[in-house]
Design a protein around this ligand. Structure first.
Ligand SMILES: [Zn+2]
Ligand SMILES: [Zn+2]
Length: 259
């Protein structure tokens, strides 16, 4: 199995990164996509250690919607940052996480939209998939991707928290849908309904660690080893064996991100 979205360069892992990676390997996690936030110099400085600790890790490069006001909110400057990172880091396999977050609204929405569209356009030009973060912004996210569809954007809706309708729209745009430990939360019936309509050949699994630890670890610092709980939850929803979900989601990861 693959943890397709984790923040291993987050300071939450600075203390014991190697032990965290050891537990992931022991649990059968064969690889991970480590999401890298380009406006966070301290996180950027820790990426090298993550790659040294785990040779199966690949990375992303992008600017999160929460940070859309950084760099004066200038999309050209942000795209230049992403472009430079893609050129400098041979492990980069995607542009992300990028998108819209109207739940927290940490940056003005028009800035978020401009920055999202600019990074999607760059990803298309670079031939890279995108890792999308969208929260309470379904219509605008779909509109920007539909626009980018003419440029053939591909990628994943990460840590899916929407409903069946959004999952179907993501699928119709050719995107994959990634589920996190939220699937195991008692109050997440809507997400489980959505997961049931995403076919196994379009599904990915992730932890989004250090956040969102699954049941029975809820409230603790999350880590890649626990992606197994997401596999278990998906298997039940699909009436499939955990092995079948591991195989399908691993194939999907390899096809999409070419690790
Ligand atoms: Zn996210
Ligand atoms: Zn994330």
């Amino acid at each position: 199995m693959i943890d397709t979205h984790c923040h291993l360069a987050d300071e939450a892992f600075a203390e014991d990164l190697e032990a965290v990676v050891g537990r992931a390997r022991a649990a059968g996690v064969a690889g991970a996509l480590c999401v890298v936030e380009l406006t966070d110099p301290a996180e950027l400085a820790r990426v090298g250690r993550v790659i040294l600790a785990w040779d199966a890790v690949r990375t992303t490069a992008g600017v999160h919607p929460h940070r859309a006001a950084a760099h004066g909110g200038n999309p050209d400057e942000v795209v230049a940052l992403v472009r430079a990172r893609v050129a400098a880091d041979p492990m980069v396999r995607a542009v992300g996480e990028i998108g819209l977050d109207y739940h927290y609204d940490f940056a003005p929405r028009d800035r978020q939209r401009e920055l999202f569209a600019a990074q999607v356009a760059f990803a298309c030009e670079a031939g890279l998939p995108v890792v999308i973060h969208t929260r309470e912004a379904d219509d605008d996210t779909i509109a920007i991707l539909r626009d980018a569809g003419r440029q053939r954007a591909t990628g994943v809706f990460h840590c899916f928290s929407g409903d069946r309708a959004l999952a179907r729209q993501a699928l119709s745009l050719g995107f994959h849908v990634s589920f996190s430990g939220m699937l195991t939360f008692p109050n997440a019936a809507t997400i489980r309904e959505a997961a049931a309509v995403v076919p196994l050949d379009r599904v990915l699994v992730e932890t989004d660690c250090p956040y969102l630890a699954p049941v029975p670890f809820r409230g603790k610092r999350n880590e890649p080893a626990w992606v197994a709980e997401v596999i278990r939850a998906l298997a039940i929803l699909h009436g499939a064996s955990p092995e079948a979900v591991v195989e399908a989601s691993t194939d999907n990861y390899r096809r999409l991100f070419r690790p």
